[in-house]
Ligand binder design. Structure first.
Ligand code: COA
Length: 254
């Protein structure tokens, strides 16, 4: 079965992370599938809203660390950056259903969603610095704007995880639900959106995003270039090797 499931029903494209044995970590092939699905959905009149979801125990462990080392993103057309550009500029409403861990891009992609529903077991984390990397998805711009610099510093500099209640208080999520109800609730909200007049939805979303669209795109490109460079440097190699070997990384000489 595919690692990304795509299904259109009642005007809603549902994209499901389906790689549970690897905690829904995302490979280049999965980013390609997501990027392709968004590119098609953008111009498909049958699709009026999109839902991202995982499993009720795990949303996504973020980038597949092994795949990132063996298959690093090479430029703006690489699968991960194409996906991020696709979601950040997607014109129709995007809803996310998040349960369990949402690591790295599992959290940063939420900054580009319009509605986010979380299970009470959701745990968000942005461990880029701990991996010798830098933020992506314009999270270095969007997160401080959303929650303020000191809180963003705990999340991005210390890499401290935070739970559903914190995310709700900070405005990263709309509502907390029991994990078994999250995907269904997100689907119902997306169907409500799909029933609304399309042009009004799309234009309203465009106006809501217009003030920062250029800055987001520019920051994403800057972060992407640095991220790709850092992936090849010793700190990231040590962090990734340590994760695979299930040991603590040693940055004492870096
Ligand atoms: N990339 C590649 N493989 C990953 C992965 C990732 N990001 N996250 C988990 N996996 C794999 C593990 O290597 C393990 O594989 P194995 O069974 O072959 O040993 C399997 O998924 C289960 O992971 P495990 O760590 O045992 O599960 P857990 O329930 O104890 O912890 C997480 C879940 C998500 C908290 C933990 O896996 C984690 O922290 N992952 C790394 C997250 C990360 O740093 N992402 C990158 C962000 S840029």
């Amino acid at each position: 079965m595919s690692d990304i499931l795509a299904h259109v029903e009642a005007g809603v494209l549902t994209l499901t992370f389906n790689r549970l044995d690897k905690k829904n970590s995302i490979t280049a092939a999965m980013y390609s599938a997501l990027g392709d699905a968004l590119a098609t959905a953008k111009d498909d009149d049958e699709v009026r809203a999109v839902v991202f979801q995982g499993h009720e125990l795990i949303f996504s462990a973020g980038n597949d660390l092994g795949d990132f080392i063996s298959n690093p993103p090479a430029g703006p057309d690489s699968p991960v950056w194409r996906f991020l550009h696709g979601i950040s500029s997607f014109p129709k409403p995007v809803v996310a259903a998040v349960c369990g861990a949402a690591v790295g891009i599992g959290t940063t992609l939420l900054l580009h969603c319009d509605l986010v529903y979380a299970g009470d077991n959701a745990k968000f984390s942005l461990p880029f610095v701990n991996l010798g990397l830098c933020p992506e998805a314009a999270s270095s711009l969007l997160l401080p704007r959303l929650i303020g610099h000191p809180r963003a510093a705990e999340a991005l500099l210390l890499g401290e995880p935070f739970g559903a209640e914190q995310a709700l208080e900070w405005g990263l999520v709309n509502r907390i639900l029991p994990p078994g109800e999250v995907n269904g609730f997100a689907q119902a909200q997306a169907r409500k959106l799909a029933d609304k007049p399309r042009a009004s939805l799309v234009e309203t979303k465009r106006f809501m995003k217009a003030g920062q669209a250029e800055a987001v795109s520019a920051r994403m490109a800057e972060e992407g270039a640095l991220f790709a460079r850092l992936l090849g440097e010793p700190a990231a190699r040590e962090a990734f090797t340590a994760f695979m070997a299930k040991r603590k990384p040693d940055f004492s000489k870096l």
